[in-house]
Write a protein of this length. Structure first.
Ligand SMILES: [Fe+2]
Length: 192
């Protein structure tokens, strides 16, 4: 892909599974019990497991846009090998595509997976670790500013929104403080 090495590291399974996928799967099991007990847990778990496969599968650019569609493409390639029905595979793909900010969920499994994915990002070290995987701090803060809003907006379950709102407000305050202060001269500048 011609990307610098640090750009790849967050996609290594040793990092990505414990810091995102495993958490998303735990969330799916938890939210299934708490919020969507009548939804199909198997569909949601397959979707949770494979929803970010497109961050690697057929990726040709640094920009990850469209990875949800590539994840679905991978699911349609992989799951028939395990004898799963086309209806089941279609449902997994629908749930995966609902993790895209621009696709509103249309069924309970989609709502479940979308919330589990977004919540995983907000409760884990994932976003902070991205600063290490970014080119520089300005690039990271620009990315983080947009990402906390788009991730927060993906949540649809009122209990989760209430829980994370103070954290989101705190992030916004931190970013505002940084932006306010970054252009100021340091008080030490004159004495150096
Ligand atoms: Fe994800």
């Amino acid at each position: 892909m011609g990307l610098p090495k640090f750009k790849y590291y967050y996609l290594h399974r040793e990092w990505f599974f414990p810091n995102h996928i495993d958490i998303a799967l735990e969330n799916i099991k938890d939210f299934h019990k708490r919020f969507y007990p009548k939804s199909d847990l198997s569909i949601s778990l397959y979707a949770g497991l494979l929803h970010d496969a497109g961050l690697v599968y057929k990726r040709t650019e640094s920009d990850s846009t469209g990875h949800e569609n590539r994840s679905s493409e991978y699911v349609r390639y992989l799951l028939p090998k395990f004898g799963l029905s086309i209806n089941f595979i279609n449902s997994v793909c629908i749930a995966i595509e609902s993790t895209d900010s621009n696709s509103m969920p249309t069924n309970e499994e989609s709502f479940l997976v979308r919330n589990a994915d977004a919540y995983s990002h907000l409760i884990s070290i994932h976003f902070f670790a991205k600063s290490y995987f970014a080119e520089d701090i300005e690039t990271f803060i620009d990315w983080f500013t947009k990402k906390i809003e788009s991730t927060f907006n993906k949540l649809t379950i009122p209990d989760l929104i209430t829980e994370v709102t103070p954290m989101i407000e705190s992030y916004r305050r931190m970013i505002n403080l940084y932006n306010k202060n970054k252009s100021r001269s340091s008080v030490f500048n004159n004495s150096l």
